[in-house]
Design a protein around this ligand. Structure first.
Ligand code: AHG
Ligand code: MN
Ligand code: MN
Length: 324
């Protein structure tokens, strides 16, 4: 797809995609407009983090008992502000919000998000991200969103994506017809299509797991990790899911946060970490599983529920499953 000066912006791309569906109302593209705007605000703040007083602890813990960083709160507020100002979102599930945040009851979309993923990397200037997932509500428009709207399985996602604040800032998303990546061009202040139709290699050479937990893994996961070493694969793990995922998506690899003896459901959250990344993985040709079931088939029971995750290049995920 080529437009003026051979540049396709995210807004143009979303509009073109939407034009393929004559019944589309345009509301989804408005959600993308709001996500894009919030991402630009977060990008600005991430970039000036070392210059102003926004590095470090916020001084609180979230409902999951994790230390909250100042930038977690800033990013959360920016996304909530943008989505509520836009008026097309009826409810938000956020890592940083204990409960559902209700917005416009007349809107039809629910957004689940991890506003700042990889918080532990903020202070050390390594890549961090934002993850989002969009659902259509199942209850009637005009009423407050319910649990039924907010706890849908990943299969019901109508869009999902992430923003990576790395050596450049990118937004990568899917609506179920492939994965496309857009790089923020600061000179024009817009995301431009840079990675059309992203596909992850069937096999890769990278395994990403917090191997410090090795002794806590099941024997199956230990066996698979040992096999990666036997094959002289590269271990790459920075502790930002978005950054680890993005690298593996492009180069081919496997990302795992499995169950441990002390955390039988793993660490990562189903609604705003695993499901959106699983949707992207599958749309790029890869696989995403808990080890027992496809991530996107897990029926959520609560907003901040955790699930073990194994995702990435299809051949590697299958090999891992064969060890379990
Ligand atoms: P968040 O910063 O949103 O809480 O997420 C951190 C997550 C994820 O990004 C990463 O993959 C994982 O935690 C790293 O955990 P370990 O430090 O236990 O490896
Ligand atoms: Mn996270
Ligand atoms: Mn987070």
């Amino acid at each position: 797809m080529r437009t003026r000066n051979s540049v396709t912006t995210l807004s143009q791309f979303v509009a073109n995609e939407q034009a393929k569906y004559p019944t589309a109302t345009g509301n989804l593209s408005k959600i993308f407009r709001d996500i894009k705007f919030a991402a630009k605000l977060v990008n600005r703040d991430v970039n000036k983090a070392g210059l102003v007083d926004i590095i470090g602890e916020h001084g609180s813990t979230n409902i999951q008992g994790e230390e909250v960083k100042k930038l977690d709160v800033i990013a959360n507020n920016e996304f909530i502000w943008s989505l509520s100002a836009g008026g097309d979102c009826c409810a938000i599930i956020s890592e940083e919000e204990d409960y559902v945040r209700h917005l416009n009851p007349d809107a039809k979309y629910v957004v689940a998000m991890d506003p700042l993923d990889g918080s532990s990397n903020i202070d050390v200037n390594a890549a961090i991200g934002t993850i989002f997932s969009i659902y259509k509500r199942v209850t009637p428009v005009g009423t407050p969103a319910t649990e039924e709207d907010c706890l849908q399985t990943g299969e019901n996602q109508i869009a999902a994506g992430y923003v990576i604040y790395g050596s450049s800032t990118m937004l990568v998303y899917t609506t179920g017809s492939g994965v496309n990546g857009f790089t923020l061009d600061m000179s024009i202040g817009d995301f431009c299509l840079s990675h059309p139709d992203m596909k992850t290699p069937e096999q890769g050479k990278i395994y990403s797991i917090n191997e410090g937990n090795f002794k806590e893994f099941s024997s199956g996961i230990q066996k698979y990790v040992d096999s990666c070493k036997e094959k002289r694969m590269s271990a790459r793990y920075i502790g930002s899911m978005v950054a680890d995922f993005h690298r593996n998506l492009i180069k081919g690899g496997i990302f795992m946060y499995p169950a441990t003896h002390s955390a039988p459901k793993g660490k990562l959250r189903l609604m705003y970490e695993c499901n959106p990344m699983a949707f992207l993985t599958e749309q790029a040709g890869g696989k995403a599983t808990t080890g027992d079931v496809r991530i996107m088939e897990v029926k959520p029971n609560e907003l901040h529920e955790r699930v073990p995750v194994i995702m990435g290049s299809a051949g590697m995920v299958e090999e891992c499953l064969s060890c379990l």
